[in-house]
Structure formats: C-alpha cells, structure tokens
Design a protein around this ligand. Sequence first.
Ligand SMILES: [Zn+2]
Length: 419
Amino acid sequence: MTLRLFDARRAELLPFAPIGPGPVGLYVCGVTPYDTGHLGHAFTYLSFDVLRRYLEFLGHRVVYVQNVTDVDDDMLRRARETGEDYLELGNRHLTTFLTEMAALNWLPPDRLPHATEHIPQMLEQVERLVANGHAYAADGHVYFSVDSCPTYGELSKLSPDEMLPLALERGSRPEMPGRRDPLDFVLWQPSLADEPSWESPWGPGRPGWHIECSAMGIAYLGSHFEIHGGGGDLAFPHHESENAQAEAATGQRPFVDWWMHAGMLRYEGEKMSKSLGNLVRVRDLLRSFTGDAIRLYLVSHHYRSELVYRQADLKAAAVSAAQLRMASLAANGGDGDPASLGPAVRQHHGRFLDAMDNDLDTPSAMPELLALADLALGSDDAGERAEAGWAVRELGTKILGLRLATIPVQPEIGEAVGT
Ligand SMILES: [Zn+2]
C-alpha cells in the first residue's frame, strides 16, 4: 500500500507524494506560551510526531518546523496581568512545554522559530500584499482584503455567514478602524504604549497572528511545501487566512499540499479549558503514569477524531504499554528481517503498516501490535517469540515513538518544571 493522508483543502484522502527530491516540509502551528498547556496540546503534537516518524520510517527525509507565537494578543494581555516581561513569560511556559513533551518522547522540531525573531520577513510579506492589491492600510493598521481572494473559505469549507461569528470568537474584534469588511483580518497593527513595537512603513506596531506563521513557514520551507498541520480549532480563521495571504503574497498555488488537523480533546463532553476548571495536565499525569503509558493512550486514538478523556482508558493504556515493553524484551537483542518473518508475525506486521498507510489509522494498527505482543510472550515457538518481540520493538519505537525501555524511564517532571 501507499501512504494516503487526508487533505482538508481538497477534502479527501490522497496518496502522499513529496514535491521533489528534497526533504518533506512539515510545518505545525506551535504554542502561544502564555499559559499552562494541557493534554489536548500533547495530543496534537504527538499526532504530528507520529506522522513525522512514519514518513521517516518510509524513507522520507523530513524537515519539521514548529513555531512559537511569542507575540500576540493573549501573550501581551497575560504579561500585563502578571506584570512579567512578555518574553520571560513566554520562555518560562515554553520550557515547561518542551520538558513535558520530552517526557512523552516527542522529537524536538528541526526548527523552532520565534515570531519575534522574524519580524522583517513578516513586514516583507505585508509590503508585498499591499503592493499587489491584496491588503490595504488604514489608521496604522494593515488589513488583508478577503474580497480580493475568491478562494477564501476553501480550507475550512465555511460560508461567510458561518465565518463571522467564529472569527469574533477566535480573536477578531468587532470594531476595527478603517476595516472595509468584517472578515478582513489584521496583518499589522499599532502597539499600545506598554506593548513591544517594531518600525514599519505604517508606523510602529506589531504583526497580526496569521502573518506570523505564513512568514515563518515560507522562510524555512519555501512558498510550496508538503504538509501544514495544527489543532482542528486552527482551521478557521488561522489556517484559512494563512493560506490566503501566502498564496496572494507569492503567487504560488497551492501553498501547501496537505492541510492536516488534529482532533480536539474533550473532558466529559466539554472542551478542556482553564476557565472550565477541567484541565488535565501532562505533568500531573506523569506523577502516576509513565511517559510511554500517556503516549500510547494518545497515539492509539485516531489523530483526526475528537478524543474524550477518560482516566479508565489511560489506565488500560498503561497496562498495554507495560505488556509491549515486556514483549519487546523477547527480541533478545536480535534483528528481524521483514522479508523472512514467519506467517503469523508477517501478517500482523503487514496489517499494522497497512493501517498506518490509511491516514495513520492507529486504532486499527494497535490490535495488530498487541497481537504481536501476545505472540512474543506466549508462543510455543522460541523463534516466533523472538521475531514477534523484534516486530513490537520495531513498530512500537520507530513508528509510535514508545521508549519500551528495559528500565522504565520516569522523568522527574514535577521537579523539572515546578508546579
Ligand atoms: Zn500558525
């Protein structure tokens, strides 16, 4: 089989093919480090970590870029509330995020660009958009003209009537000086007196959120790359706007071949959020569960489906993680050869890969891995036990990213990140 991935813009599963001989470009929208992260963030980033690992398993080279939104409305509001410098606030939360993700065996991105270090690239794009008629300046602001972009809406599949309330819910303000259409979004805006600002042709100010990601994506991966991902709540307006302004700025269409979105995490039917008081934090779970258990719980779930958190499911994943670790020991350090596996091991190994080829269908892949673990632990044939143990280790570590360490690794997360 060939790997097929779902692209949100074309709204179908399509065989994955790199653009050219160079590495596959994978850009994932990163955190705005102003607050505590939660299990939903871990689910998103582990989903793309499995994608990256699977592409590498298939022999592709991957350049994984994940940004840090270290200047935006949320960052600056929180810094104002706490009296902390916004960059210090950002660095503190970013360190926590990276420490927690490392405990889950997340491979760090090849590039982790900070928005504040790419202001010139953002200004260059805004200038180009103004020059080619896709953006206009008004009262120190620069807006992208949605009217100038007939394809606006193609990614989120929303009508203008559906877009407006969502845009307001997700950061747009109802009254903006000089804005011609309520869907037009900010590319550049004046800073308030206590906010950081940079010089620009429209006066001192700071970038809008969407232009940050287009500028950093293009800076590291070019005007056309393979995969752009993020949480499902970013499809509109963030990715819709990124897509529109990137294509308008460069003239290159498509900007991205696969737009991929991870499902949202819910807690007993509600969105997980600090304001609802139902945050499940990785660092808290790490006090009772191994990184492998939490990771297995998250990556066993299909990346595009909504995940409803239940601790009983996490406990079941902890049992499976322990079983996989025991099974991988049956390999006795031996190497397997996929071409010469015995029939039962070959069948489960093959089905696991077939499931992964089908848009990373981990829920269908997992029973195959557990069947291999059963063989590794229970087969009457010593050769089969060793082969099955090898397959568990090969698929579990290289693709799912489990450690399956001989001695369980349990980072001292509480001490590392504070409470
Ligand atoms: Zn982004």
